[in-house]
Design a protein around this ligand. Structure first.
Ligand code: RBF
Length: 321
């Protein structure tokens, strides 16, 4: 009996010591990685930084049930294994705050969201106004050249504050900068994976006079591209360079360099220099937001007239006009 008690005390002490010893960096994917470049870039950047310092990385895919995300993140923090948990999603800061209240020693590096003042959390987001204004201008230019209604399309996985308050308005603003009577056909899929349903919605949009759709539906984007190919229509890709996905169909790529940001910020953390409590926003001038215009598939698919006009718009943004 005494031996057992001794053993239990020893086991608990051993686990407590072990819990204090961080052995890896954790990447929390709010969804699944496949088909969502924003998550793939995050993992790549973290892995590159950690490889340089021989720090192991564990990637946890939390799946599409958003109700389970906090539970999964809590169990990662509770394990005591991770010196840092890295994630990317506008909904993560609020979830991390709640986990942080229970595990104040756990540090978080969060992309694509914003929170100031929590000593355990550092956030970095991108200037989505710049990113999606340029998506709207290319969608508008390609639509005007094609002829027909002044209408652009946007198909989103779900509605969220960044979508309603920044992405959708910036996209429409980009088109209206060319012609004030542009409107947007905005549709919501209701998830980030159902490519079949996304194809059906996209087909309906094309049948109602949309010629270009901006794809922000994660793994379901492939359905939009397929529908566009079948309807002789076009898409604008976001987050990574998507011209190669379906050459001739993809007319724009409004990208963020999240792989670079994840590499740099993870490296800073490993050097003990990540300023927790702070929030940063980076854009085109900083080199983290870009409209890709040197890709051969862009040059072959989009007319020179349109490319020249898009280039003028990009120059204006870069020179603050
Ligand atoms: N974007 C993706 O590419 N894949 C996803 O699985 C995904 N899930 C999201 C879940 C939530 C709750 C929210 C708010 C956004 C999600 N996004 C996803 C969108 C992402 O944060 C970003 O806005 C877009 O990728 C545009 O840069």
């Amino acid at each position: 009996m005494k031996n057992l008690r001794f053993f239990l005390v020893f086991a608990v002490l051993f686990m407590a010591c072990k819990a204090e010893k961080h052995t890896a960096i954790g990447v929390f994917v709010p969804g699944v990685m496949a088909g969502s470049p924003i998550y793939e870039m995050m993992a790549q950047g973290v892995q590159r930084a950690c490889a340089e310092k021989n720090m192991p990385v564990t990637v946890v895919e939390a799946g599409y049930n958003q109700a389970e995300w906090e539970w999964t993140l809590t169990s990662m923090a509770a394990s005591g294994t991770y010196a840092l948990i890295v994630s990317s999603n506008p909904s993560l800061p609020a979830i991390a705050v709640s986990v942080s209240a229970k595990f104040p020693k756990q540090k978080f590096l969060l992309f694509d969201g914003e929170l100031v003042g929590n000593p355990s959390i550092y956030t970095l987001r991108y200037d989505q106004h710049e990113q999606f204004f340029t998506a709207g201008s290319i969608a508008g230019l390609v639509t005007m050249e094609h002829g027909g209604e002044y209408k652009v399309g946007l198909l989103a996985g779900q509605e969220y504050p960044a979508m309603n308050e920044t992405i959708l308005p910036a996209y429409l603003e980009g088109a209206r900068a060319l012609a004030p009577d542009f409107s947007v056909d905005f549709r919501v899929l209701g998830n980030w994976f159902d490519a079949g349903k996304a194809a059906e919605i996209a087909a309906d949009m094309f049948n109602r006079g949309v010629y270009v759709i901006l794809c922000i539906a994660g793994g379901a984007n492939e359905g939009i591209v397929q529908a566009a190919a079948e309807h002789g229509a076009k898409v604008v890709w976001s987050d990574t360079n998507g011209y190669g996905i379906r050459p001739g169909v993809v007319v724009g790529s409004s990208v963020i360099h999240q792989d670079k940001a994840a590499y740099e910020k993870t490296s800073l953390f490993l050097e003990d220099k990540l300023p927790f409590g702070m929030a940063e926003t980076v854009g085109m001038k900083d080199g983290y937001v870009e409209f890709v215009r040197d890709d051969p598939n862009y040059i072959n698919t989009v007319s020179e007239t349109v490319r020249v006009k898009q280039a003028e718009i990009l120059e204006k943004i870069m020179s603050n006009k």
